[in-house]
Design a protein around this ligand. Structure first.
Ligand code: ATP
Length: 379
């Protein structure tokens, strides 16, 4: 498979063997009583990276963030920041700030006083505070709301005040726990881009916890997928999507079709998979899977074409029946039931207003895909 790099910007220190990690979780375990929330986990984060911890509720991602902030200590293992072991260093002495899901704004204080609060506590001289607050208000586009109190703001505006407050002290690392959790879908999407701009403009390292895969995919340079306190994969959004390392990751991020089978014949990444019921899948992404190995072939819906006739020259084409069609405006999703009963999901962008090959429920149809369109998973 061709390499899938970061598409966002020319920033990929994880590919540079000489790059020094900025944050290191080194065999970290966290137990609460006899419950293991984080299990011997290691990962590295680079300076100026936008790093996402993605996982289902209860997987341990907030615990990781809290240990980095200093609200919890690891039961075993070390956390290093810029080479320094953080054990025993209290939260307020770490170059790290945390923005909580609830924002925790002071309700009786104006926006500008909320932003200035930490600076005052640090004894920063007044003119400097005023300048910094003005800069922060500009950054989050809230200049005209400086004198308002939190209850006079919308949810999105409150979120921006919290953000301004948490970066006002210029921490080196900002930790964000579900930062957009309280916003509706449209505002979330807008705010995702604002967050990315802010992170780039300030040159900070962001570690964000989210259970929302789209959010992680949109914002992060790299994503760590966490399950039951363990790292399943750390990779760029494109790699996580196009080259998932396991069935778990393939199923967790985006929609996917999976075929269980056995490698019938394989050489240097190219293989035929016997998926049973007369279905043979030819793939160029078999990796090291050896002949006879039990594997899962995973393929994304948008890489599957649906047509009423067998496409000429298709390497992979399987016949079935249209079982369900969902028209979503920008795209149409087809569910095709193969003759062995498996339902395949295929999606087509509606680039033109009129479909050349209209299909309806119960029509016979072919699903086809290229030999480089899916991946072979052995875990
Ligand atoms: P969510 O998205 O729901 O916040 P999470 O992935 O952030 O989930 P954590 O908050 O890290 O999950 O919690 C991981 C596990 O550890 C959960 O099962 C939780 O119940 C448990 N846990 C967290 N904090 C404590 C605590 N102080 N005492 C006991 N158990 C805890």
């Amino acid at each position: 498979m061709k390499s899938l790099g970061s598409i966002r910007r020319d920033f990929a220190p994880w590919n540079d063997p000489n790059a020094k990690p900025y944050i290191q979780f080194d065999n970290v375990t966290k137990k609460f009583g006899d419950f293991t929330a984080v299990n011997n986990l290691s990962l590295t984060i680079f300076e100026r990276e936008f790093f996402a911890l993605l996982g289902a509720s209860g997987c341990g991602k907030s615990t990781l963030l809290r240990m980095l902030a200093g609200f919890e200590e690891p039961t075993a293992g070390r956390i290093l920041l810029d080479g320094q072991d953080l054990r025993g260093i209290p939260p307020y002495r770490r170059p790290v700030n945390m923005m909580f899901q609830s924002y925790a704004l002071f309700p009786h204080m104006t926006v500008e006083n909320n932003i200035a609060f930490g600076l005052k506590q640090d004894g920063m001289p007044k003119p400097e505070i005023a300048a910094r607050v003005a800069e922060m208000l500009r950054l989050v586009k809230l200049e005209q709301f400086a004198k308002r109190k939190p209850h006079q703001l919308s949810g999105g505006q409150r979120q921006r005040v919290a953000l301004a407050r948490s970066v006002a002290k210029r921490p080196k690392v900002l930790l964000l726990d579900e930062p957009l959790g309280a916003l509706d879908k449209k505002l979330r999407e807008e705010t995702q881009f604002e967050l990315m701009d802010l992170q780039q403009n300030l040159g900070l390292t962001f570690v964000v916890v989210t259970h929302d895969q789209e959010e992680a995919m949109t914002m992060a340079d790299r994503i760590a997928i966490i399950d039951k306190g363990e790292v399943m994969q750390v990779a760029t959004p494109a790699e996580v999507y196009e080259a998932p390392g396991s069935r778990f990751v393939a199923g967790f991020v985006g929609n996917v079709n999976m075929f269980e089978g056995k490698i019938a014949r394989g050489e240097a990444g190219v293989a035929s998979i016997d998926a049973g019921n007369g279905i043979t899948i030819r793939t160029e992404n078999a990796g090291n899977a050896a002949a006879g190995a039990a594997v899962t072939f995973a393929i994304r819906p948008e890489k599957i074409k649906v047509s009423s006739t067998k496409p000429a020259g298709a390497v992979n084409a399987i016949e079935g029946e249209v079982y369900d069609i969902a028209y979503l405006g920008d795209m149409t999703v087809y569910h095709v039931r193969l003759d062995d009963g498996q339902v395949v999901r295929a999606s087509t962008m509606n680039a033109a207003r009129i479909t050349e090959d209209p299909l309806s429920w119960n029509d016979r149809a072919w699903v086809s895909f290229r030999p480089d369109a899916g991946v072979v998973l052995t875990r």
